[in-house]
Design a binder for this molecule. Structure first.
Ligand code: AMP
Ligand code: MN
Ligand code: MN
Ligand code: MN
Length: 285
């Protein structure tokens, strides 16, 4: 197993634990290098960094930016940036800005199929009111007994094409990569296996991502199976992208993912953590 986790969420976005508790959980599971990557917000990073420092665990500032690319929604991870950089902060504020209006449209869409009062319930799950999202709607719908788990509620109500899904314009790909780079960070394509792109579309995405200054791709991910690990390791190597690894932890009990350690990276591509640490870190305390 790999004592690295470069993708996880706290209650600053749609995770359930406060930043310090996510960090502590990762550390308790054996993590040596951790990044908190909340959706579109960096306000958990100060607490997370402080907790990691107290525990003696290496920490990288992270974020997961929501992006609209062609007709798709993608996620771009930023790692190792200056969390106070104004270009990044302004960009993320602009992405968050549309979330409340989208939530109102989701509420209306669900009401039109007979599921009413959902926004009020979803807000109770959104500890950061600027960051209300589908996971908060999902938890409320499960609480109401309308689905039994996260997988079921997305399949029935919240995935694209389902009654509660509304389209939304997120950041552009060059903007998201540009903000991360401006703040001194590395941009990474999150969970490529989730997009279900064919070879050609994935190649075009990688070309545009690299042209914008993107450098990495998730290979080992909580959203990937072992076949995906191999597939994206080969793709990373072919395109000269740094290979990242992240659990995409949100909450204990929601799916199998836990933070802190991951299956080994396949041999081939350059692991992204070599940017910040040497291999010898694994042997020291
Ligand atoms: P949003 O940014 O508000 O559209 O919400 C996206 C989030 O919803 C993702 O980061 C996941 O936390 C969650 N999500 C999306 N699709 C699924 C799914 N099929 N099963 C479980 N969670 C999902
Ligand atoms: Mn999420
Ligand atoms: Mn994601
Ligand atoms: Mn994520």
């Amino acid at each position: 197993m790999l004592p690295v986790d470069l993708h996880a969420h706290s209650n600053i976005s749609d995770g359930m634990l406060p930043p310090r508790e996510v960090v502590a959980r990762a550390h308790a599971r054996g993590c040596k290098l951790f990044a908190l990557t909340d959706h579109d917000d960096v306000r958990g990073l100060a607490d997370a960094a402080d907790e990691a420092n107290k525990l003696g665990m290496q920490f990288l500032p992270g974020v997961e930016v929501s992006v609209s690319w062609r007709k798709h929604t993608l996620h771009i991870i930023g790692l190792g940036f200056d969390p106070a950089h104004p270009i990044l902060l302004e960009g993320l504020a602009s992405v968050r800005h549309g979330r409340d209006e989208r939530a109102v449209r989701m509420d209306a869409a669900l009401a039109s199929v007979g599921v009413s009062g959902v926004l009020e319930g979803a807000r109770k799950f959104a500890d950061n009111p600027e960051m209300i999202g589908r996971a908060h709607f999902a938890r409320h719908l499960i609480e109401r007994g309308l689905a039994k788990d996260m997988k079921g509620v997305f399949k029935r109500y919240l995935a694209r094409g389902k009654p509660g899904y509304v389209s939304h314009q997120w950041a552009s790909l060059p903007d998201a990569v540009g903000w991360i780079r401006a703040a001194g960070g590395v941009a990474v394509i999150a969970h490529p296996g989730r997009y279900e792109f064919g070879r050609q579309t994935m190649g075009e995405l990688i070309d545009e991502f690299k042209a914008a200054g993107g450098e990495g791709i998730e290979v080992v991910s909580g959203s990937h199976n072992p076949v995906d690990f191999e597939r994206y390791a080969q793709l990373a190597e072919k395109h000269g992208l740094l290979a990242s690894a992240g659990s995409d932890y949100h909450a204990t009990g929601e799916g199998a993912r836990e933070p802190g350690i991951l299956p080994d990276m396949p041999v081939g591509p350059m692991p992204i953590w070599q940017r910040w640490i040497s291999d010898s870190v694994w042997d020291t305390a």
